[in-house]
Design a protein around this ligand. Structure first.
Ligand code: PLP
Length: 380
């Protein structure tokens, strides 16, 4: 068994938080500025302009909150729905469960469209449920269900909701900044994002974008998470409460980085990394859990006879941190995030897994075959 003596500590390949790029770290290392200043206001308004470009929508219909992603999920439930209203919740993993819990907590009546963990939404099932529940005023789902790695294609259900009152509320916490999401074009009414994912920032900042249709439903139920109050202030370059100042300043840098590449090119890059990693790991005997995988992370079942958590421990000894399973997938899968990664970064976890399998006696020699397949995949 090789001892690794990792002088550089560990690399983080988990679906949040993800590693911070140098320009982001540079901004975060500066002295704080006060938020009731022209300097902050100017930077905040510039950040808002950049965010409009990210979502390809010139409207002011979005706010940032000083919270993790769940805060913006909660805000979606509070601000656009009222007690006693019925919503359809797509529940195919831990984060779908969270929509249901939030809906119950805020007095809504969730109708659950339950999926096997790893399955993706089928438009026909939603269509049937909408027919059965014509009084439903919302459909809550994940674009990327990070606990299973399954992708839900919201564009397939756009037509179903076009003439309905129901709002499509999409948790894009591990999808925004990965997919080239144009919420208006995709038929989304509320879109939620989080800083510690593809934005490559520390946790603590969430984003909530909404459509004109959703705007008409805004209510006054929330206090800290009031979209109306925040919007009034944020349009003017201020916030209702003390903002996460360093995170806003760092978001500006991160958005500049993402937009310099282009959202279409970013999606293409993530797709290649995801496909290349899947090809490499399948050659080692891993299996992708979801039928329709996302491109922000891969959720893999380990080869027969190998414990997912032991494997993760082994990789950690090599300085590579992967994520495990959550909820009913605890101990069963390993998850590798691609968010914030460059092509060649993935050589490390793929190489480490190949080495781990050799050390476990599953390979006769670590020949770099998985690494080779990955390289071929990204070179094609
Ligand atoms: C799809 C999805 N939704 C919601 C969340 C919750 O976000 P947070 O942990 O930032 O509150 C996560 C976090 O991993 C996520 O991946």
């Amino acid at each position: 068994m090789t001892e690794f003596y990792n002088l550089k500590g560990e690399r983080i390949f988990t679906p949040g938080p993800v590693e911070l790029p140098d320009p982001v770290r540079e901004v975060l290392g500066r002295q704080i500025i006060h938020h009731r200043t022209e300097e902050f206001k100017e930077a905040f308004l510039e950040t808002r302009e950049l965010f409009k470009r990210l979502v390809d929508d010139p409207s002011e219909n979005f706010v940032f909150f000083a919270s993790s992603g769940t805060g913006a999920m909660e805000a979606s439930v509070q601000n656009f729905f009222k007690e006693g209203e019925k919503v359809i919740v797509v529940e195919g993993g831990k984060f779908g469960e969270r929509w249901k819990e939030l809906a119950l907590r805020w007095g809504l009546e969730p109708v659950v469209l339950s999926l096997e963990w790893g399955e993706s939404l089928r438009a026909e099932e939603l269509e049937d449920l909408l027919k059965k529940h014509p009084d439903a005023v919302g459909v809550l789902l994940q674009i990327s269900e990070s606990s299973t790695g399954a992708y839900n294609e919201v564009r397939e259900i756009k037509e179903l909701l076009k003439d309905e009152d129901a709002l499509l509320v999409a948790d894009a916490i591990t999808a925004l900044g990965v997919y080239d999401i144009d919420p208006v074009e995709w038929g989304i009414d509320v879109l939620v994002g989080g800083s510690q994912k593809a934005f490559m920032l520390p946790p603590g900042l969430s984003m909530l974008w909404f459509s004109e249709k959703a705007k008409e439903r805004l209510n006054d139920r929330a206090y800290y998470f009031s979209v109306k109050e925040e919007l009034k202030k944020q349009k003017e370059g201020q916030t209702a409460f003390t903002p996460a100042i360093p995170l806003i300043l760092a978001l500006k840098v991160s958005l500049e980085m993402l937009l310099a590449v282009g959202t279409d090119k970013l999606e293409e890059k993530y797709r290649k990394m995801a496909q290349g990693t899947a090809r490499a790991l399948e050659s080692l005997g891993f299996k992708l859990l979801p039928e329709k995988p996302v491109i922000s992370l891969g959720a893999f079942l380990p080869p027969e006879g190998l414990s997912a958590d032991e494997l993760r421990k082994k990789l950690l000894s090599m300085g590579i941190r992967l994520a495990g399973g959550q909820g009913k997938l605890k101990g069963k899968i390993v998850r590798i995030s691609y968010m914030g990664m460059d092509y060649l970064d993935l050589l490390q976890p793929i190489g480490a897994l190949e080495l781990a399998l050799y050390e476990e006696g599953l390979l006769s020699a670590p020949k770099g075959e998985a690494v080779g397949l990955y390289l071929q995949s990204i070179a094609s």
